[in-house]
Design a protein around this ligand. Structure first.
Ligand code: PLP
Length: 433
């Protein structure tokens, strides 16, 4: 299928469904898919319709290399206002001295901090990927592992939590220039104040990557790392529920180095439509409704963990302090890969994940990571998550449960809480499903 032939005149005003029915159809299909599954991927969310509108806006047309008031292009007076509002809101929301809202993604935020403060070969200490860290925290396949001399700390075998004595011992041994805390699959509180003590003891800079839990921080549901860290990085599309993007917070003394590294160091023109959406996202995150949402994200994660345990499944650390739960399948009949596939059969989406000290390779893994942000956005409450837990527990039991019956129960939950109800007119590709 090709793009439909239009006259130049018609193309100037036609919508996507008219111009490119193939892509419009696939976007409609993607909306239908999102509506028809219980989304448990902990890093995903369903952003607000207002954010979709900003992302789809004319700000995408504007080149604005530089920063508000200091651009390399004319016509920036309006986008200057937009970016200034985004910066001021980010600072106010998180109590930060400086914010850079231009990074295009979470990975770019970490690249920014490393490039601003370190030389290639400099030592970093960060959480291992297979203990809940992130690729950009020094994994060997990632730029961070190739450019820097990264040593990793892990979690304790007994508690499955970060062992701060071990972190201190490793810090004394390796003398890192930067310590990184935070991760993508760590269900417990990141105790930034304890990392601060360790960083101070060895004279290291401290970076907290709150990509996963920044929404909880914004709402006061997780202690803020900002007062304790030199740098805090985050995405905006995970718990923060905004557009797919990132931002960096730092102390004033590092502001110039961070800004210079983002532009002209790493990026060209900022995505002004994404920055407009980030401004709206930070604004929403200051409201009572957002705090209510995050409180529910937390309550739902507790209900999910408790429900799994009550039904005989194992959960890493015995619960969660955040939005995510790691199901531990080391003693189960099913591997992480089995679990991911079985969940799909009952219309639930999640991802397999290694658990610390996993004896299976990452492609198979002995865990599944589950998160509550997306379904809480859809309106799920604790009773719904107790039912989700019961379905998953049965599905991952020794006998495996009755898959068709369990899928029926999932569909009943979905029918109770429609996604983007009545959302038909915007964007224009939303025509079916
Ligand atoms: C998701 C995530 C990132 C990367 O974000 P992208 O937008 O996917 O580049 C970085 N760090 C952590 C801890 C994350 O969870």
């Amino acid at each position: 299928m090709a793009v439909t032939e239009h006259s130049l005149q018609a193309l100037r005003t036609a919508g996507l469904a008219d111009v490119d029915p193939e892509i419009a159809g696939l976007l409609g299909k993607e909306l239908a898919r999102q509506r028809s599954q219980v989304e448990l991927i902990a890093s995903e969310n369903f952003t607000w319709p207002s954010i979709l509108e900003a992302v789809g806006s004319v700000a995408t047309n504007k080149y604005a290399e530089g920063y508000p008031g200091k651009r390399y292009y004319g016509g920036c007076e309006v986008v200057d206002e937009i970016e200034t509002i985004a910066i001021e809101r980010a600072k106010r929301l998180f109590g930060a001295e400086h914010a850079n809202v231009q990074p295009n993604a979470g990975s770019a935020t970490n690249m920014t901090v490393y490039m601003a403060m370190l030389q290639p070969g400099d030592p970093i200490l960060a959480l291992r990927l297979d203990h809940g860290g992130h690729l950009t925290h020094g994994h060997r396949v990632n730029f961070s592992g190739k450019l820097y001399d990264v040593k990793h700390y892990g979690v304790s075998r007994e508690t499955m939590r970060v062992d701060y004595d071990e972190v201190l011992a490793l810090a004394k041994e390796h003398r890192p220039k930067m310590i990184v805390c935070g991760g993508s699959a760590y269900p417990r509180t990141v105790e930034a104040h304890r990392f601060r003590e360790i960083a101070d003891e060895v004279g290291a800079l401290l970076l907290c990557d709150m990509a996963h839990f920044s929404g909880l921080v914004a709402a006061g549901e997780h202690p803020s790392p900002v007062p304790h860290c030199d740098f805090v990085t985050s995405t905006t599309h995970k718990t923060l529920a905004g557009p797919r993007s990132g931002f960096v917070l730092c102390r004033e003394e590092y502001a110039a180095a961070i800004d210079k590294t983002v532009f002209p160091g790493l990026q060209g023109g900022p995505l002004m439509h994404a920055i407009a959406a980030k401004a709206a996202c930070f604004g929403i995150a200051m409201t009572q409704a957002f705090r209510d949402y995050q409180r529910q994200v937390r309550a739902n994660a507790d209900a999910l963990a408790a429900g799994l345990i009550a039904n005989g499944r194992e959960v890493l650390t015995g619960g969660t302090d955040t939005h995510l739960v790691q199901v531990d399948l080391r003693n189960a009949r099913w591997t992480g890969k089995d679990a991911e596939e079985r969940l799909e059969q009952v219309n639930m989406t999640a991802n397999r994940n290694t658990v610390p000290f996993d004896e299976r390779p990452p492609t198979v893994a002995s865990g599944v990571r589950l998160g509550t942000p997306a379904m809480t956005m859809r309106g799920f409450g604790t009773e719904d998550f107790t039912e989700v837990a019961a379905i998953i527990a049965d599905l991952l039991s020794e006998e495996g449960g009755d898959v068709a019956a369990l899928a029926g129960r999932t569909d009943a939950l979905l029918a109770k809480h429609p996604l983007y109800p009545g959302f038909q007119g915007w964007p224009t590709y939303v025509t079916t499903g």
